[in-house]
Design a protein around this ligand. Structure first.
Ligand SMILES: [Fe+2]
Ligand SMILES: [Fe+2]
Length: 206
């Protein structure tokens, strides 16, 4: 495991504040700062379990959804592409990120850009970010986020629950799988999904 230096800790704290301010100005249901903080914590836990770079995983997790703020303001495009573009701008404009090496910058950009793509496995940080992001779509909190995001539109909620099982299938790290089983985070998902389906079963009439 690679421990964080003081400079890295400071950059992380600075970035979290920057992202918090961004989401305060552009609030996004179910994908705001609280989501980025939970994903960061999951990413740190998974990175520690996998003996990977906690700092880079934590940084990428904090930043992964910043593009959501532009998606909602009419920029179009998919939010991961927007997060990637925003991060490139931040590297250019904000000298706080100058402490990162070129390679570290590239890894963070790759992880952000492909946090939706289950085949993008070039760096362990990308895999860990995806697992962390998925973990926040499961459990009680994942159920709540779906309801919040789709404001109780039954059809969309059902589709989103199907996606949760896809996410479960594509969890890559041993640590994320251990979290799923130890914390039983599929239980609330199963319960809600089955209740949703059962509501659609009506008596057959001849
Ligand atoms: Fe995202
Ligand atoms: Fe996310």
């Amino acid at each position: 495991m690679i421990r964080m230096t003081k400079d890295q800790e400071n950059l992380l704290a600075y970035t979290r504040k920057k992202v918090k301010v961004l989401f305060r100005d552009y609030p996004i249901p179910a994908h705001g700062f609280s989501h980025s903080e939970r994903v960061r914590k999951w990413a740190e836990e998974v990175a520690a379990g996998e003996k990977q770079n906690i700092f880079l995983c934590s940084l990428a997790a904090t930043l992964h959804d910043i593009g959501r703020t532009r998606e909602m303001t009419g920029f179009g495009s998919r939010h991961h592409e927007l997060s990637y573009e925003m991060m490139r701008e931040w590297y250019k404009k904000d000298s706080a990120f100058d402490i990162l090496t070129k390679q570290e910058k590239i890894i963070v950009l790759y992880a952000i850009r492909y946090h939706w793509n289950n085949a993008a496995n070039k760096y362990p940080e990308a895999i860990i970010l995806r697992d962390a992001d998925k973990l926040d779509s499961l459990g009680k909190i994942g159920v709540k986020r779906t309801q919040e995001f789709y404001s109780n539109e039954a059809g969309k909620i059902e589709q989103d629950f199907r996606l949760k099982y896809d996410m479960l299938y594509w969890l890559e790290t041993k640590t994320a799988w251990e979290i799923v089983w130890k914390k039983k985070i599929m239980l609330p998902v199963d319960r809600y999904y089955l209740a949703l389906l059962k509501k659609e079963i009506l008596p057959i009439e001849l």
